[in-house]
Design a protein around this ligand. Sequence first.
Ligand code: ZN
Length: 105
Amino acid sequence: MKAHTSTSGPQCRHCTVPVDGSGDTCAFCASYTPPATVAQKIDVLVNRVDIIRSDGNEILRGLPADSPLFAIADLVSALCHLRQAAVLLDRANDVLEADAAVVRR
Ligand SMILES: [Zn+2]
């Protein structure tokens, strides 16, 4: 007889990754703390945008010299928008943090 689940052992109660039986939480979940505040969440978002931007810049640099100009222009434009997105997220974060500071007083 075969079980329907692919894992037979105990699983992490947070992410269902198999654990070795010495608890109900895997190593990742045991040390992971999710971003708590909006400011921290936006910080994470900005970091992700930066990673995407750097990926995009790498693609741009790797394009062959005879690539279609309109495609290059669109790619450059998209990267500029991503930079703007990071700037706007930072600005929103500053305002939110200032606002939260006022509330705490
Ligand atoms: Zn887990």
